[in-house]
Write a protein of this length. Structure first.
Length: 45
């Protein structure tokens, strides 16, 4: 295994992590939590 294989594996791993984060961020089950968090700066104490 040379450096090109390591770099290729690292690129694929980073792509998988990125896709996982995107799927998590756009999941419908998280929408309510994100809406609540978006309103926190506007909430009165």
């Amino acid at each position: 295994m040379d450096i090109i294989d390591v770099r290729s594996l690292f690129t694929v791993a980073c792509l998988c992590v990125f896709v996982g984060i995107v799927v998590w961020a756009y999941a419908r089950s998280n929408k309510a939590q994100f809406e609540e968090a978006a309103q926190l700066p506007l909430a009165e104490d």
